[in-house]
Design a protein around this ligand. Sequence first.
Ligand code: CP3
Length: 355
Amino acid sequence: MRPSQPVPPSAPSPKPLLAALSGVPADVPPVWLMRQAGRYLPEYRALRKRSESFLDFCYTPELAIEATLQPMHRFDLDAAIVFSDILVIPDALGRKVRFEEGLGPRLDPISTMEEVARLRETGVTERLEPVYATISGVREGLPDGAALIGFAGAPWTIATYMVEGGTSRGHERIRKLAYDAPGLMERLIGILTRAVAEHLIAQARAGAEALQIFDSWAGALPATHRERYSLRPIAEIASVVRAACPDVPVIAFPRGVGIGYADYAAVPAISGVSIDQGVDAAWAAAALQGSAAVQGNLDPLVLAAGGKAMENGIDGVLSALRGGPFVFNLGHGVVPETPPEHVAALVARVKGTGT
Ligand code: CP3
């Protein structure tokens, strides 16, 4: 548009995150960080004391709204991500979920078809109402230009917690179950696929402007099972969500799948793929940016380390990916030992406002 033609008030420029996810490259990419709210922030540690149980904290909109906005008050980020957890889905399906200090999440492991059949499929979004109340509350307090992201775990990653009973290194139980009891696995993945799609649609209706699906353990799947348990359920969720909410872009994060990322980027209902630090950024630019926006992929540990190594890392990611549709992020979440000043320095460097 020529400078003499003012932009009409009815057509505000899109928020930078949404422009990138619609496929438009920018000189200065939008930036947000997975786990940008959390224990590395002293104000989060103070707020967290107001609830004994982590899930109760997530289900108290007043606290979850504040936790979501804390990083927005400190840093010039282009998106907030609603403060919640991927394990609200098994909780809403009727499995007990507890978080133990130093041990992470604990669930009673599922191993039989009877237990799968007892999952309470109806009423999931009613039970997750506090998450939607948090989303509408956050929209009111969000800085201009920043977008609000809703999220859910992918069926496979949620299933790993339900079958393993917590965080697992080798995921032996669920990987063996996929061979021993494919019928049980299909049924569990099917239930989770429907619950996740409903939860994402409800978040969009409450005011989430983009949605991210975290398949944090996709890399634990043998390549021969990846399509069945990760790619296909995520593609199904993305297409159901897009049909219900055509204006809300979906980002997929199948962590650890390497060249398998190309299959996710090729899904028409997926607007963006979040790449982990194991993916070569130049490969991602060539192989993925033609079909989806790419988000990523600074190593969270170089953010924790800071200094020259961090500056070089940031510059490398920027130069590889800023020629196409791109959202600056980490390859995984911010780790608790990260000094908050490093996050401020990262944002300033990405935006070209640093020294
Ligand atoms: O800022 C944000 O990113 C929003 C909030 C958010 C949390 N969890 C809060 C949280 C998001 C997006 C998640 C996603 C999540 N939760 C994932 C996918 C991303 C990833 O890290 O791979 C997974 C696998 C979970 C499950 C989960 N939740 C685990 C394994 C743990 C324990 C490990 C840990 O980091 O403590 C949690 C707890 C959790 N979720 C915390 C936070 C801030 C820490 C608990 C606390 O503060 O007491």
